[in-house]
Each structure stands twice: as C-alpha cells, then as structure tokens.
Design a protein around this ligand. Structure first.
Ligand SMILES: *Cc1c(COP(=O)(O)O)cnc(C)c1O
Length: 379
C-alpha cells in the first residue's frame, strides 16, 4: 500500500462492474468479441458518431494496429509531438518509421499547428496529434494542412474520450483514433483500449489484423463459409470479462464525467488566485473546446519550484507527479537525432508541469487538503 493519504490515481467501481463480469462468465464466453464487447462497441459508435469501434487490449495496441493499417515501413516519417506518452511514438518506430518530433503550443500543450507544415516532407506518412489532458488540438488547421499534403492524420485520444472540438467528438476527425482504458484514464478496465475507425475503407482489414490475420470476424457474421489466414495480424482482442468491467464504466459516463468536472472546477476555482499571485500557469481550454476532464495540471515558474512543490506535498501525504520527459531528448529520441533546443516549449513545460491527484473516487475533503497544502507553499 501507498504511504500517501491522498494518492494520485485510484481504481474504483462506479456501477455494475462485478455483476457484469459474473454475467460474462455465466454467458460461457470469456474470450474476445462476446456480448459485452459488442455492447461497448455499439455504445461508443453511437455516442461518438464513429462508423466502427474495435475494442483492443490497450491504446498501445490500437496505435500498433494503425501503423499496420497505414502500412508504415522503414524510412517513413511520422510527425508526433515530443510532449506525449512513449506509446504514441513507439508504435510507429516498431515498424521502422522515423519520428519527427513536433513542439507544442504554450497554452494548451497540444501539437503546435503553426509549426506543422514545415515538418512535412515527401516521406511523411502520418501526423499524430494527441489531445493533451482531453482538450482538443486545433483540428481544423491540422486537417487542412494534412489534406493539402495528402498525409493521413490519426489521433491519439487516450485522454480525450467524450471531449469535443467545435461540437464534434475528439477521435472523430481523422482516419482513425486510439483510446485507452488503462487504470489511469477516465474510463477503465485495468488494461484496455479501442480503435476508432472513421474511414470505412480500413474496417475490414482492421478486423483481420485484430484477429491474428484471419477473416474470422466475417466467418462469425456468416459472410464467408470458412476462416483462414489472409493477411498479417496479431491478437488484439480483450477478454469479454474486461469488456464487462468497461461496459459498467461506460454506462456511467455521465456520472463519471460530472464528478471529474467537479474535481477540475474545484481545483481551478480554489487555486486561481494563488496561481495569479505566483505566476503559475493554469490549464487553458479554448472556447470552442469541451474538455474531457482527464487531468488537472499547473505550470510552476521553474523546475526548482516544481520539484519543491512535489516534495512539499509529499511531506503532507499527497502524491503529485510531473509529466512527460521530452521524447526527443530520451535515450531513444537521441538515437533519432533529438537534441536540446529542438522543441523549446516541450522542454520548458516538462520542467514546470505538476499534476494534482485526480480520480473517480477523489472527495472534496481530499481536494480541500490538496488546495490548503498548495496555499501553504511559499515562494
Ligand atoms: C495512456 C496513454 C497511452 C497508452 O495507453 P495504454 O492503454 O496503456 O496502452 C498512449 N498515449 C497516451 C497519450 C496516453 O496517455
């Protein structure tokens, strides 16, 4: 168990998780694509207005499926923000692609669309915006640039489920998007993910790749009379027991999102005066974005002050964390030619950012303790 009284993240039940898992077992179908997997896919397709949703074993695996569907090969270039989780880039590097790291905007910490076009070359095979903290990237500008160059866009929407940009759901803008249902995300089944497919051209092959390179999905629908090996592929189906857990969470999406909105607003309202007085930057949500309330972060003026605040909170039993060491300066990033100064905003915010405890079981009294502890941090 943790030494912290207020942890950063905590898994919790929000509804019928246990009952649905028992039902999945009683159904006698606990491998992939059982009744609960179908319920999750149907719910997401309908809510998001996406033609096809395939549950996967993780967001990382959904990203790997994208790279197979886009036929990413050695020598291809992929434009990815340096300020993201390792999986966004690793899925492409696994296929031999070369990551071209893009910097982020200083306000939303999303891929800086004004710097995008300069990174496109004839070898660019994909652009991968990440909706950081569940706040939408500038999708109009990104799609316009990408379309003009004929480069496909795929979204890493691990943070952004049910968030919107100009009224349209995040994950619905590009050819495909990846979702995460990891324990740390808004909706979880421990480990899990989904591939959202907006361009119907990719649906049939996605089903094959997810089913070990076989046409088993078509066989089950009675569209072919036997199933066989037809393409490359792997095993990206989660057990229906996990889908049962996830369905209980997705069913409670309003409750979960309402709670997370309350948590976010409490931090914002109670910290804004202190932040203004200390030149601490709060998260910025553009007017045209409905955020997904994935996290609450602040940017302290310096690395020393950020580390100091993490230590100050630790002494009071509160776990806060920093976020994203710049990928272009990581051990792997350097092998691809990354060097200091390539992405100045990423390098700066990576030193300054602190994330506060944020989860579906966080109470207002927990939050009050976090806020009081922050207000006692003198500098
Ligand atoms: C969590 C996360 C992932 C990976 O999700 P998994 O489901 O753990 O594979 C990928 N990208 C981003 C931006 C994430 O936050």
């Amino acid at each position: 168990m943790s030494d912290y009284q207020i942890v950063f993240n905590k898994a919790c039940l929000v509804g019928n998780e246990q009952e649905y898992m028992s039902q999945a077992v009683a159904n006698g179908h606990i491998s992939g694509d059982g009744a609960f997997t179908k319920k999750c896919s149907a719910l997401l397709e309908q809510e998001l207005g996406v033609p096809k949703v395939l549950l996967t074993t993780s967001c990382t695996h959904a990203l790997e499926m994208m790279t197979l569907l886009l036929d990413i090969r050695p020598g291809d270039e992929v434009i990815i923000p340096s300020f993201t989780f390792v999986s966004t880039v690793n899925a492409f590097v696994l296929r031999g692609a070369r990551p071209i790291f893009a910097d982020v905007r200083p306000d939303t910490l999303n891929l800086d669309e004004s710097k995008l076009e300069a990174l496109i070359t004839p070898r660019t095979k994909a652009i991968v915006p990440v909706h950081y903290a569940g706040v939408g990237c500038e999708m109009d500008a990104i799609m316009e640039i990408a379309n003009r160059h004929g480069v496909p866009v795929v979204e890493d929407n691990a943070h952004g489920l049910f968030g919107r940009y100009k009224g349209k759901h995040l994950g619905a803008f590009s050819v495909m998007a990846a979702q995460s249902f990891h324990e740390t995300k808004n909706f979880s089944c421990g480990e899990g993910g989904a591939l959202l497919i907006n361009d119907p051209e990719y649906i049939e092959r996605a089903e094959i790749i997810r089913e070990k390179g076989t046409n088993r999905s078509r066989f089950f629908r009675g569209q072919v009379d036997k199933y066989t090996w037809v393409d490359i592929g792997s095993s990206y189906l989660p057990s229906d027991i996990l889908a049962a857990f996830l369905y209980a969470q997705l069913e409670n999406r309003q409750k979960i999102q309402a709670h997370r909105q309350k948590v976010w607003n409490f931090y914002y309202e109670n910290l804004k005066a202190w932040c203004a007085a200390h030149e601490v930057q709060l998260p910025y949500v553009p007017e045209h974005c409905d955020q997904a309330y994935h996290m609450f972060y602040m940017l302290l003026p310096t690395l020393e002050l950020r580390q100091g605040l993490i230590a100050h909170l630790r002494q009071r039993g509160i776990l806060s964390v920093f976020h994203y060491l710049p990928l272009h300066l990581s051990e792997m990033g350097v092998l691809f030619g990354g060097k200091p100064g390539d992405c100045p905003v990423t390098e700066r915010v990576s030193d300054q950012l602190i994330r506060l405890p944020f989860h579906n079981a966080l109470t207002e009294s927990d939050q009050r303790r976090v806020v009081e502890a922050i207000l006692e941090y003198e500098f």
